[in-house]
Design a binder for this molecule. Structure first.
Ligand code: 6GU
Length: 284
């Protein structure tokens, strides 16, 4: 039923007791297989993360292992019955995890938004349980009785909580100490400073007639840092101006943003093709 990460040699002394435990309850355990790959797989191999996936149907009691039923009050689709969820959560939460009880999370489009701050907060927990709903959702009494959080990963609808759980576990796991080789790359991330990350380049210095910005080849670390900050500010102003409200801005930052605003105003004033050729029957 439950399976745990292969940890060759087990966790090191330094890591022992510090691994985060994640349990996922789903009717599609295979959906969570990507948790074995790449960074998440390495985090598990290093003993930083321990993941157990569980098939909810293991707690169904009838011959057909039924976990859903028709909704009271009518309406489309099916609702997940409370009994298998309650039995699963009782058994898992009393299975001797790294804390007296886990933090229970229900992914749902009706939840509060998942953000980088949310990932950082959950990364400090020793034990998380994700309850993946399917169909029209889980009976509300289970949520009342068990859920510490209902969380959405964005304003669109997925068929179930599994992919949302993958998203959240990946965002959380890479923040765990020892999970990522280069800790600088975490603090430089988009959102770590509240700004989107700017463009990045590698060799060759010229490709397909496009040059890498000279400043990056200059060896002037101060100039490079300032250029990167400017690029992050420009990109954020253009794509996600809402994020700027929460960013602490220096005088130099404000000058860059004023320049971006002037450029935007100038390009808005320029005539476009649409202005030049009004679409009319005559013009065609
Ligand atoms: Cl967490 N679950 C589902 N089913 N759909 C979603 C979601 C979660 N977040 C956005 N859409």
């Amino acid at each position: 039923m439950a399976e745990s990460a292969a940890t060759p040699g087990g966790p090191t002394m330094a890591e022992e007791g510090s691994a985060m435990r994640v349990d996922v309850v789903t009717i599609f355990p295979a959906y969570l297989e990507p948790l074995r790959l790449s960074l998440l797989g390495k985090a598990r191999d290093r003993g930083v993360l321990e993941v157990h996936t569980h098939d909810l149907r293991d707690w169904a009691t009838d011959r057909h292992r039924t976990v859903d039923d028709t909704p009271y009050g009518g309406g489309p689709g099916m609702v997940m019955r409370p009994e298998p969820w309650d039995a699963a959560l009782r058994e898992i939460s009393s299975s001797g995890g790294p804390a007296p009880r886990p933090r229970v999370i229900v992914p749902t489009p009706a939840g509060r938004p998942f953000t980088q701050a949310c990932a950082a907060e959950l990364a400090r927990e020793p034990w998380l349980v994700f309850c993946c709903g399917r169909y029209e959702g889980i009976d509300a009494r289970v949520i009342e009785a068990w859920a510490d959080d209902e969380i959405s990963i964005g304003d669109y609808v997925l068929s179930g909580g599994e992919v949302a759980t993958l998203v959240m576990v990946e965002a959380i796991a890479r923040l765990l100490p020892g999970a990522v080789g280069n800790t600088q790359s975490i603090t430089d991330d988009s959102f770590a400073h509240g700004l989107l990350e700017g463009p990045v380049y590698t060799r060759p210095p010229e490709w397909a007639g496009r040059r890498v910005p000279d400043v990056l080849l200059s060896g002037d670390h101060g100039a490079i840092a300032r250029w990167r900050r400017d690029q992050a500010l420009r990109r954020t102003a253009q794509r996600r101006p809402d994020l700027l409200a929460d960013v602490e801005l220096s005088e130099a930052d404000r000058r860059v943003l004023a320049e971006v605003a002037r450029e935007a105003a100038a390009s808005a004033a320029e005539p476009t093709d649409a202005d030049a050729a009004p679409a009319s029957a005559d013009a065609r």
